[in-house]
Write a protein that binds this ligand. Sequence first.
Ligand SMILES: [Ca+2]
Length: 263
Amino acid sequence: MHHFKTAAVCFAVVAIFGCERSQPTPPVANNPTPLELPVSADSIGMEFKLIAAGMFTMGEGDGAHEVTLTKPFKMGVHEVTQAQYDQVMKNNPSKFKGAGNPVEMVSWDDAEAFCRKLSELPAEKAAGNVYRLPTEAEWEYACRAGTNSEYSFGAHESNLGEYGWCMENSDEKPHPVGSKLPNAWGLHDMHGNIDEWCSDWFEDHTGGAVTDPTGPASGSLRVLRGGSWKSNAGSASSANRDRLAPSFRDDWLGFRVVRGTVK
Ligand SMILES: [Ca+2]
């Protein structure tokens, strides 16, 4: 037993120091540092970061509540680009054309269809990959990256220019994904550029603690998060929520995906 404990401690020390050499420790937290593995890519070049399970305070004000996510998940590093969308769907509905720009003019239903078709690609089926929209809780947890502040980079929107595209700095258009700094967990454009569909139906947060929330079973409006190039900096905060009908399309609205594995 003693030998086992010694071995376990040694392994932990090696793991911790190994991690610190390869990745900076995210500032803050009420959570353990997520498991920092190298970014992985899929057959159409989408990159993903493994986000560790954990707890966080979701929302703000009267809607603030404790959320526990019991399962790690692989979050898209970027918003889905027009090149990626076109490769899977064989069309590009975006208004602001650019292969590296985020796809926009896509409804929640379009985003769901993209996830289904991407999951059905032979290379993805062979790898056992299944794609889906993030839940709203996964999205906010990944956006916050261990922080409790207004934005993942701090409390002041004056620093938003380094991390995101909003009305104040966008020149009235979306920009290529990843052209601003990522958050502490390596995710780009969680604040601004294009608003992002989440999988949940919208409902008001009641304030109670929840585990692995997926939203109500039915509704009329789907959640979107993160603000966009067309909205002000306040809309891009970590906790700000919005919602629209799942058939709605506009030039400031797109999505990113989560990659799961066939059980
Ligand atoms: Ca975004």
